[in-house]
Design a protein around this ligand. Structure first.
Ligand SMILES: C[C@](O)(CO)[C@H](O)COP(=O)(O)O
Length: 239
């Protein structure tokens, strides 16, 4: 049994789109969140989807679910003050209905370029290795810098960007989120960090396409739009 857990609770501060949170902006004729959910809707192994949404946007989201016939959306929870709280609430909602060995794919609503192959790789990763953390190779030099000067230069031979989905067994990731809260932590950056610091499942890497970007800034939005155009015109295959 596989369930998608989608975080769509961001308010768009970093993109300055508070009037319309970025997950609702349209690209290629549909809201970003709809593109994302459609991939889960279409995947034959995904049984249901939970979405954490900004409470003020619940009605708007419900209309999208109905208009685009997103039949797998089973739980809609109010997003919390942080991404961690939102993901935690969505996992709790799923756990009320589904057993602990359910495979959960925790994904960002603003990563619409996920594809069928990546969802399948995540499911197999959890079944075979206990988790699946979608990563992409870092192709630039990463440095630290606190006050204008470059500090350390991090060797990049084994550097990857951890992206999403990040996938686990429901019981294991929920226990890790519970432990994070019990320890006073409520703003971890992602599920992979929660599992690393508060859980015990191994973290297994699966490689995702470079195109699986997160729309965080206005630049990301335009890059995403270009990817959609290239896909539409079939100028890109397997990038
Ligand atoms: C989960 C994530 O996409 C992994 O790269 C990332 O941590 C999400 O960050 P955000 O601050 O919630 O956009």
């Amino acid at each position: 049994m596989t369930v998608g857990v989608i975080f769509a609770g961001g308010s768009g501060t970093r993109m300055n789109t508070r009037a319309l949170p970025k997950q609702f902006l349209e690209v290629n004729g549909r809201p970003i969140i709809v593109h994302t959910l459609q991939h889960f809707e279409d995947h034959p192994e995904v049984e249901a989807v939970a979405v954490a949404i900004l409470p003020a946007w619940r009605e708007h989201f419900l209309k999208l679910v109905s208009r685009y016939e997103l039949t797998k959306v089973k739980w809609i929870v109010d997003g919390g003050g942080t991404g961690q709280q939102s993901r935690h609430r969505a996992l709790q909602a799923v756990a009320e209905d589904r057993p602990g060995d359910t495979v959960v794919l925790v994904h960002d609503g603003v990563r619409p370029l996920i594809d069928e192959d990546l969802i399948t790789k995540n499911i197999r990763g959890v079944e075979e290795h206990g988790s699946a953390i979608t990563c992409s190779k870092v192709n630039e030099t990463i440095v630290t810098s606190d006050h204008g000067d470059v500090g350390s230069i991090i060797p990049r031979g084994n550097l990857f960007a951890a992206r999403a989905p990040q996938s686990f067994r429901l019981g294991e990731i929920l226990s890790a989120y519970d432990a994070a809260v019990a320890s006073g932590e409520d703003d971890t950056i992602d599920s992979c960090s929660v599992m690393k610091d508060f859980g015990s499942a191994p973290l297994h890497r699966v490689d995702g396409p470079v195109s699986n970007i997160k729309i965080t800034t206005a630049e990301d939005f335009y890059i995403c739009r270009t990817y959609f155009e290239l896909i539409e015109n079939q100028q890109i295959a397997g990038f």
